[in-house]
Design a protein around this ligand. Structure first.
Ligand SMILES: NC(=O)c1ccc[n+]([C@@H]2O[C@H](COP(=O)([O-])OP(=O)(O)OC[C@H]3O[C@@H](n4cnc5c(N)ncnc54)[C@H](O)[C@@H]3O)[C@@H](O)[C@H]2O)c1
Length: 252
């Protein structure tokens, strides 16, 4: 990513979920390199420890915190940590999600509920908790949720996942309408195929990478740059939008 930076977040507090790996990690590193004090949450403690090492090596202000976005209590503690970061909480990047393939005929209510609790309820509870802090502080804020091209396109063996991602897109629009007048912008980034453990954990190959208009797999940094566009001060009059970042796989 070289010298890429997110303008307008120097000194601010930014919280990032799913920050130990892939897209969340890319966003956490980009925000910290841009001068933000980052609180990085994830449920994978081993990968968080690895991020700690990288942050120390690079001299970045990243505090890692164990987080389960399937738990409201865990989210509250995470946002409380974020409210003390930098000059106060300004930015939220929500990248944590689960995407486990299962044929729809084999999905029982417990599996369905788990995916919804982590991917969709977690998105709402995180936004509500962070929204309360940022609105009370009164100096504005920016929430960026990560959805998926599958929110629009659908996908085989990922029915609950695609339903949660469509929900994340719609939720962002509703929150953007409610909180815009209060100084909080809410936007969504929807990746296509990105080179992360989540992508490679899925047995079904959905994209023919070499047929893309931009014929390569995406990198976490490709997505982090789009997140940064919404997070910082390059998009002051943009809210409620869903930006597809997918090498041209889906044009809508
Ligand atoms: N990689 C892709 O091709 C792709 C495509 C479309 C959308 N996405 C979305 O991008 C986001 C990031 O995924 P990624 O590809 O970087 O995957 P990843 O597996 O590299 O990272 C996801 C991180 O989320 C964490 N996580 C999962 N459940 C959690 C929970 N309950 N609480 C806290 N942390 C949790 C994992 O531990 C992991 O570190 C996800 O929302 C995913 O749906 C990815």
């Amino acid at each position: 990513m070289g010298e890429q930076r997110i303008p307008g977040i120097d000194g601010t507090g930014v919280i990032v979920t799913g920050a130990a790996s892939g897209i969340g990690r890319g966003a956490a590193l980009l925000a910290a390199r841009s001068g933000a004090s980052v609180v990085a949450g994830d449920r994978n403690d081993a990968l968080l420890a690895d991020l700690d090492v990288q942050a120390k090596e690079e001299g970045l202000a990243i505090r890692t915190v164990h987080l389960d976005v399937g738990s409201s209590e865990s989210i509250s503690a995470f946002v409380a940590a974020g409210s003390e970061a930098g000059s106060g909480l300004y930015g939220v990047v929500h990248a944590a999600a689960v995407a486990v393939e299962r044929p729809s005929l084999d999905i029982d209510p417990a599996f369905w509920d788990d995916v919804l609790r982590i991917n969709l309820t977690g998105t709402f509870v995180l936004a509500r908790e962070a929204g309360r802090v940022m609105i009370a502080r009164g100096t504005g804020g920016s929430i960026v949720n990560v959805a998926s091209a599958a929110a629009v396109a659908g996908s085989v063996r990922l029915a609950p996942y695609t339903a949660t991602k469509a929900g994340v897109v719609a939720l962002g629009k509703s929150l953007a309408q409610e909180w815009g007048p209060l100084g909080i912008r809410v936007n969504t980034v929807s990746p296509g195929a990105v080179d992360t453990p989540l992508y490679h954990s899925q047995p079904t190959r959905r994209d023919t990478i070499d047929k893309l208009p931009l014929p390569r797999i995406g990198t976490p940094e490709d997505i982090a740059l789009a997140i940064g566009f919404f997070l910082g001060d390059q998009s002051p009059w943009i809210t409620g939008q869903n930006l597809n970042v997918n090498g041209g796989a889906l044009m809508i």
